[in-house]
Design a protein around this ligand. Structure first.
Ligand SMILES: Nc1ncnc2c1ncn2[C@@H]1O[C@H](COP(=O)(O)OP(=O)(O)OP(=O)(O)O)[C@@H](O)[C@H]1O
Ligand SMILES: [Mg+2]
Length: 413
């Protein structure tokens, strides 16, 4: 696939793929999108490999068709509500008069060295900063003087099998995984502004099966949380209350759902024959009140948001978000969602959607595509860095080649 970049997000409700190629000015050019309803994934975790492979392959097929390119490797995201995120500090004494790269590496390594239960491992690590002799907030201590260097890192810990099961699905669909990321960190790249990330902001991605939360400050993630609940819970409530199957409840939610019951009067009703594919004789309910439907949607979403708020408050990282709360993910498209979030959090909130695929319009610009858009941004960044170091390497090679010739000349003549 040469220079092309492919991002893949395997969510609980849909698989999303973006194919892009590097543009002339460092801006990526989107070549194609692919999506498919996801199967075999529950709350972010693979529960049926064959079903998951089928939906991943279907999304790849569409992306290959729309882009006209063959997909051979991807940047993807992977999570599991069982992942544990926490911050850890590692220290090292400074031997000489000045902190060197060696000490920086040692402190960073110690920050990532934590004792974990069973087979759990540190899967991802983001260095938050350094402190020298107790002076915190140092970004690059190399060259400074001091006696003791400390590094603090945000760690994602869990069983490697979560990632390997997803990679296995991708590989079985004929594609290699080049790099993976924690989904909400990828989404942060797509929907948060640089100043929000610097100042302090909370990002909440509400998908079908998980709510992912992260707090950025000083451009780094200080807090991450994955809660195994999402829009599917709203669908289940609608199905249970109005005696519908899951498919019907999902359709009714998408078409008529709202998080604001005050918008409706008793006269606003939804005709179920519009939703039911096959009207069954003896179906008890033929119409439902939109006000009642909105009450169900509002109640569940309010419960989810209140739960996130409670966890954020007890973590104390709610103190670090002067730039407010950004909400993304498919559920944020619910009518009246933003007002509900503002009421629950009592903080400034906005809905975040990616603009990276603006050129193609359609689904790619929805908040449900934040993770895959962020993965593409990360891919572009990594590939560009790779190209730079390749170019540097080439220059070094050329320099090496000329100096070798010079030596050969000097040596022989
Ligand atoms: N207009 C809408 N109104 C209400 N809910 C919506 C709307 N559009 C999408 N949703 C809900 O959003 C959810 C899908 O969001 P998203 O695509 O972000 O999830 P996902 O990435 O597949 O899942 P996850 O991130 O949890 O693994 C579904 O529950 C869907 O019903
Ligand atoms: Mg998602």
């Amino acid at each position: 696939m040469d220079n092309n970049m492919v991002a893949l997000d395997v969510g609980s409700s849909k698989v999303a793929v973006i194919v892009a190629e590097p543009g002339s000015d460092g801006v990526v050019k989107i070549c194609g999108l692919g999506s498919a309803p996801s199967a075999g994934i529950r709350n972010g975790v693979v529960i049926d490999i064959n079903a998951a492979v089928g939906s991943i392959r279907a999304a790849f097929d569409e992306a290959e068709r729309t882009s006209g390119l063959h997909i051979s490797e991807v940047y993807t995201a992977c999570e599991d509500p069982r992942l544990r995120f926490f911050n850890n500090t590692g220290a090292t004494p400074v031997r000489g008069t000045e902190i060197g790269q060696e000490e920086l590496d040692a402190a960073t390594e110690h920050a990532g060295a934590v004792a974990l239960q069973g087979d759990a491992k540190v899967l991802k690590m983001q260095v938050l900063g350094y402190s020298v002799d107790g002076e915190a907030g140092i970004l690059n201590p190399v060259g400074m003087s001091g006696k003791r260097l400390e590094a603090t890192a945000h760690l994602a810990c869990g069983l490697p099998t979560t990632a390997t099961n997803l990679f296995r699905c991708v590989r079985r669909s004929g594609v290699e995984v080049k790099h993976w990321q924690i989904p909400v960190w990828a989404a942060a790249d797509a929907v948060l502004t640089e100043s929000e990330k610097e100042l302090g902001v909370c990002l909440i991605d509400i998908g079908a099966g998980t709510v992912d939360v992260t707090v950025y400050s000083g451009n780094k993630p200080w807090y991450t949380d994955i809660i195994p609940v999402g829009g599917l819970a709203v669908t289940h409530d609608i199905a249970a209350l109005f005696q519908l199957n899951e498919e019907e409840a999902e359709r009714i939610k998408l078409k008529y759902g709202s998080a604001d019951p005050t918008k409706f009067t008793g006269a606003d009703v939804v005709d179920l024959s519009d939703i039911r594919r096959n009207t069954r004789p003896g179906d008890a309910i033929e119409v439902i009140a939109q006000e009642k439907l909105a009450e169900v949607v509002q109640a569940r979403l309010e419960e989810i948001l209140s739960f996130v708020k409670e966890r954020l408050q007890s973590s104390k990282f709610d103190q670090m978000i002067p730039a407010g709360i950004v909400l993304t993910g498919g559920v944020t498209q619910t009518e009246g969602f933003l007002k509900l979030a503002e009421d629950v959090f009592e903080h400034n909130c906005r809905i975040g959607a990616p603009d990276i695929v603006a050129s193609l319009g359609g689904a790619g610009n929805s908040p449900a595509w934040s993770v895959v858009a962020g993965l593409l941004k990360e891919a572009a960044h990594i590939e560009q860095k790779g190209r730079h170091s390749e170019e540097k390497g080439q220059k070094r090679l050329r320099k090496g080649f000329f100096s070798t010739i010079k030596h050969w000349f000097i040596g022989n003549y």
